[in-house]
Design a protein around this ligand. Structure first.
Ligand code: NDP
Length: 404
């Protein structure tokens, strides 16, 4: 039995959800790809959901537009320089406006919402999510970096506080959906599918010349810039393996990756009798987002449906981890554990940032991650503070390497 599901099923969460008229959602990262799609889901289901908190980093224009449309209780703009502009624009409303990174944590700790959608990108999402868990708020988790950085602490806290963590990532949502009704049954392994990204089949001599614009063209999914680059390097799949370990309480050898270029099967679970369950659909993040907000219900929608006649061939192949070495590095981090995933994640965030600004080439990203993983001292059982300090050290080292 995987313990996150145990929490979901044993708490009074399900009955609480059934009783709620309108679920008040706090969207942390409302201006991003996940955040804006979540607001689409909310707009189509105003009898079921309302937007209670909206947050952005620097995109004040969109935050203001969203606030005027959805009339939340409060908004946070993490970039303090934008505070006055947001405050002025919302002065004729009752919406409370906060600014700064600390405010993200403080607002997350206010008991005014029913569920947090954790949709900030990167390490910045960790602290607000911990605050929400601390006050017992269920989490719909898109921000995979939260579990990559400190998955043991986050999940332990969630279990202690009896807080369900419902995955939003399409692969983990697929596994979660396959596990509904299977609480008594053991998982033999899970199979995370990967599209392979825009450079599937390419070799290093091609990749070395790849430009930012090519890497941002994902064949199947439309996502934020960071995850799109992570998909092109296969780091995203590595982050997902670590995310899966914590969400579903798995050993590393139970987690497999399979390239599936059509992105129709979102992932699979093989049980101990050999039976495999898969969750399928078109690649459309609104579906797992809606599932996480509405869980345990499925609600109707107008999203396009998968047509077996149009896409009638589903193919699978092994990932090429010699070429896409980020995946090999992530598997090493998964196997060794400790602070290594957190170090890897920090170096990767710096490397992706530098690549997006044309400061390093595509293959340099892997070198930065590898060198940082070799350099930062390994800690087998880090405290939360040690995770934070490992993250800081790794960022400084990686930034120095690139001379950022
Ligand atoms: P985006 O880059 O599109 O959006 C990120 C959001 O986080 C924006 O609202 C942004 O604000 C905010 N943000 C960025 N940095 C900070 C910061 N330092 N402090 C506070 N807020 C910040 O990302 P995505 O929506 O693509 O991804 C969000 C998370 O979901 C990631 O962890 C990703 O891995 C995960 N995910 C995304 C999927 C997708 O389809 N997009 C699929 C599965 C998982 P602003 O707009 O002002 O910059």
């Amino acid at each position: 039995m995987f313990y996150n599901q145990t929490v979901v099923h044993r708490t009074s969460y399900l009955s609480m959800l059934e009783q709620q008229q309108t679920r008040r959602i706090a969207i942390f990262g409302s201006t991003g790809s996940i955040g804006t799609q979540a607001l689409e889901v909310i707009a189509a289901n105003t009898d079921k959901f309302s937007a209670e908190i909206l947050t952005a980093h620097t995109n004040e224009e969109l935050l203001i537009e969203q606030a005027l449309k959805f009339n939340p209780n409060m908004v946070v703009i993490a970039d303090e320089k934008k505070y006055l502009k947001v405050k002025d624009a919302l002065s004729s409303t009752a919406i409370k406006v906060f600014a700064g990174e600390k405010a993200l944590e403080e607002v997350a700790a206010i008991d005014c919402y029913d569920l947090m959608l954790a949709a900030i990108v990167g390490y910045a999402g960790l602290r607000p999510t911990l605050q929400a868990i601390g006050i017992g708020k269920p989490i719909a988790l898109a921000n995979k970096e939260t579990l990559v950085v400190a998955g043991d602490i986050v999940m332990r806290k969630a279990v202690e506080s009896r807080v369900p963590v419902i995955p939003v990532d399409s692969e983990h949502s697929a596994i979660f959906q396959c596990l509904v009704g299977e609480t008594r049954n053991k998982i033999e392994k899970i199979i995370l599918t990967a599209s392979g990204g825009p450079f599937l089949g390419r070799k290093p001599n091609y990749l070395v010349n790849v430009k930012r614009e090519h890497a941002l063209q994902h064949p199947n999914w439309s996502m934020g810039a960071k995850i799109t680059i992570d998909s092109a390097t296969l780091m995203n799949k590595g982050l997902e393996m670590i995310e899966a370990k914590w969400l579903f309480n798995l050993r590393p050898e139970q987690i497999r990756v399979l390239i599936h270029p059509q992105s129709i099967i979102h992932s699979m679970v093989q049980f101990e009798d050999g039976s495999i369950k898969a969750q399928m659909g078109l690649p459309d993040m609104r579906l797992p987002i809606q599932y996480s907000l509405a869980f345990p219900r499925r609600i109707p929608n107008q999203f396009p449906r998968y047509d077996f006649k149009k896409i009638n061939t589903l193919t699978f192949e092994e990932p090429d981890i010699r070429t896409f070495r980020n995946l090999a590095l992530a598997i090493e981090a998964l196997n060794r554990g400790g602070n290594l995933p957190s170090v890897m994640n920090a170096a990767n965030e710096i490397a992706v940032y530098a690549f997006l600004r044309n400061r390093i080439n595509f293959l340099d990203m892997t070198d930065v991650v590898e060198k940082t993983m070799q350099k930062i001292s390994f800690i087998e059982k880090p405290t939360l503070e040690e995770y934070f300090s490992s993250d800081g050290e790794a960022r400084t080292f990686a930034a120095d390497l690139i001379q950022l």
